[in-house]
Design a protein around this ligand. Structure first.
Ligand code: HEM
Length: 143
């Protein structure tokens, strides 16, 4: 089961990154073009939000079944080694912050009344989340 979940988490990462990049570019073009923020634009924001939320759930499961996750964190010396620290602490924590940012950006975009501010909320929050996620991907193990 662990291998299946690992493959799912690894494959979903492509979808997550593609979704965030797509919404970031789309919202930036919308803001620069001074377009009206419609319900279609709100729904486009879900392309970044939904895969990310699914990835969060898969990540939490993997954290408790992988030897690199919680069990490593509680083993005592995970903080001394940079790779252990990445899997046990930095990757999960930074990604949870990224999920919160994307959720806030999406909710703000829905509520704001100025069209440009709605687009800005999407590209700024999704853009920062994207950078955070990219900064803590275990690149050497992935791809
Ligand atoms: C939300 C965005 C996330 C993305 C884009 C992401 C992406 C990735 C990638 C690309 C890998 C390497 C997979 C491989 O070696 O093939 C990985 C591994 C891992 N991730 Fe995530 N992750 C995310 C969230 C999380 C969260 C929230 C947690 C925990 C709460 C988590 C826990 C882990 C663990 C424990 C591993 C190591 C699994 C193993 O090889 O045994 N991830 N993640």
């Amino acid at each position: 089961m662990q291998t299946g979940i690992q493959h799912l988490h690894s494959g979903m990462a492509y979808l997550v990154l593609a979704g965030l990049i797509a919404v970031f570019i789309y919202a930036l073009i919308g803001a620069l073009g001074n377009r009206n923020f419609t319900d279609k634009d709100r729904k486009f924001g879900l392309i970044g939000l939904i895969p990310l939320h699914i990835q969060l759930l898969v990540g939490i499961i993997i954290y408790f079944i992988s030897p690199l996750g919680f069990s490593n964190m509680t083993s005592g010396n995970a903080m001394a080694d940079s790779v252990s620290r990445l899997y046990a602490l930095e990757h999960p924590l930074i990604n949870i912050i990224a999920v919160v940012l994307v959720t806030v950006g999406y909710s703000r975009a829905k509520k704001l009344t100025q069209d440009r501010a709605s687009f800005r909320s999407l590209y700024m929050f999704y853009g920062i989340a994207l950078l955070l996620i990219l900064s803590r991907i275990p690149w050497s193990a992935w791809m």
